[in-house]
Design a protein around this ligand. Structure first.
Ligand SMILES: Cc1ncc(COP(=O)(O)O)c(C=O)c1O
Length: 445
């Protein structure tokens, strides 16, 4: 860092001799800056160990937490520096920043955590999950080109592919059941198809994607694999299984507080840099920027994501087993009779279970509503609300809420029953206390 403009800066405390008394990133961190260098594969024993190996930023005054760089713009010492930054000669890897829609140090630090979490070379954080998805697809696919996608996707993503992209950009999508690898292979047209897109664990049906096989098929035809891992951070690491890009709605498990909307694109440094290109980059030009204060808050939550995921998974498996015993149609990849149980077991990371999402197929919307009403208004088991990854249990009937963008045929194709209740199992209260609340409404079902 010696000689970088930040260290020579008149306002920078890190250039004062007293800063030597304090722990600095250079004292503490190994030489593994993810933005510029690939992490050796050996450091990715599991997401938590990879996070522990990621660069730790300290605060300006030696604080254990990084300082928030709450500046929209950045000064330089020499006028030539500005033009050297605009030509790309000087960049954030050497601590040169232009403007926070481009790169911001605090947002970049959260990006390093996300890259460590997903085992990718780089990552960049955005203002929402949808902006991460739309930006990466618009970067990778041009007008007249093609996407192959799973028909079972979050409703907003499905609508983006079905309605928005063909109208705005002449980009067409073919939806194929990704469980049928032969059909996926047939749907990919070499030279025309640019992206294969699917969710690691599908919203809402909880189908587990065969990431290694799907990646192999796509790569044989030169297609980039983009995986939405919103439902299963820590639980599965798509990039380690062959995917090229991992996108997240950070608004869910990674935030965990139900209070922030955010997203991330995790992939190669060349991808992040292309998305930041001054002339062609979707992040730079469409501007779905994350605020540095939000990035700081989120960076404080990632260290306990592993603990939270373990508890979400632990409770969900127990509840799914008990619900099944009660005769309910419970859908959960941790159940041995789930069609993808063995696949999940073989590709999921050890120790994080099968995730915190479970579905109950109540067959009809009337029965689904009756159940949710009882669980919220009679026994307080959970809350009727969309979204997931919150510390309280959240419940919604997918067909009339987060999958309502899909018409009746599309919902049938996606395997969404009209009575499907999607539950994001929380961890407040004791496990038995909450189970008692669930059991009390069983007579209503
Ligand atoms: C699987 C999945 N991906 C993406 C999104 C969109 O994320 P956001 O609401 O942060 O834009 C959602 C939202 O529900 C989702 O469930």
């Amino acid at each position: 860092m010696a000689g970088s403009i930040q260290n020579n800066h008149v306002f920078s405390s890190s250039s004062s001799p007293s800063s030597k008394k304090r722990m600095t990133p250079d004292d503490f961190n190994r030489d593994d800056d993810i933005i510029t260098k690939k992490l050796p594969a050996a450091t990715f024993e599991d997401p938590v160990s990879a996070l522990a190996n990621a660069r730790h930023e300290f605060g300006e005054h030696g604080g254990v937490n990084m300082s928030i760089e709450a500046s929209a713009t950045f000064t330089v010492m020499e006028p030539e520096t500005l033009s050297r930054m605009f030509t790309g000669e000087l960049g954030p890897d050497r601590d040169f920043f232009i403007y926070s829609r481009h790169f911001n140090p605090t947002v970049l630090t959260l990006g390093r955590q996300m890259a460590a979490l997903e085992g990718t070379e780089a990552a960049y954080c955005t203002s929402s999950g949808m902006s991460a998805i739309s930006s990466v697809l618009l970067q990778l696919v041009s007008s007249g080109e093609h996407i192959v996608a799973s028909p079972t996707l979050y409703g907003g993503t499905h609508a983006f592919l079905t309605h928005f992209l063909p109208r705005s950009s002449n980009i067409k999508t073919t939806f194929v059941d990704i469980r049928d690898l032969k059909k996926v292979k047939e749907a990919i047209v070499e030279g025309y198809t640019k992206v294969l897109f699917f969710e690691s664990m599908s919203n809402p049906t909880l189908t587990v994607a065969n990431i290694p096989e799907l990646s192999r098929i796509a790569h044989e035809k030169g297609v980039t694999v983009v995986v939405d891992n919103t439902f299963a951070p820590m639980v599965v690491s798509p990039a380690r299984l062959g995917a090229d890009v991992v996108v997240h709605s950070i608004s869910k498990y990674i935030s965990g507080g139900g209070d922030i909307i955010a997203g991330a694109v995790c992939g190669a440094a060349s991808l992040v840099n292309s998305m930041m290109d001054l002339h062609q980059g979707t992040l730079m030009l469409l501007g779905p920027t994350m605020n540095a204060k939000v990035a700081f808050e989120l960076s404080q939550r990632i260290p306990h994501l592993g603990l939270r995921m373990k508890e979400h998974s632990h409770r969900t498996l127990i509840y799914a087993r008990r619900m099944k015993k009660m005769g309910l149609k419970a859908i959960y990849p941790g159940l041995e009779d789930h069609p993808d149980h063995h696949l999940a077991k073989s590709i999921f990371n050890k120790e994080y279970g099968y995730g915190g999402m479970l579905c109950l197929d109540m067959q009809t919307e009337v029965r689904a509503n009756k159940l949710m009403n009882g669980l919220q208004n009679n026994t307080r088991f959970g809350l009727m609300a969309v979204s997931l990854g919150y510390h309280e249990t959240l419940m919604s009937c997918s067909g009339n809420s987060t999958s309502s963008e899909l018409d009746e045929n599309e919902q049938a194709l996606a395997g969404i029953s009209p009575g499907l209740v999607r539950m994001s199992i929380g961890y407040t209260g004791t496990l038995e206390q909450r189970w008692g609340q669930f059991e009390k409404v069983s007579h209503l079902i």
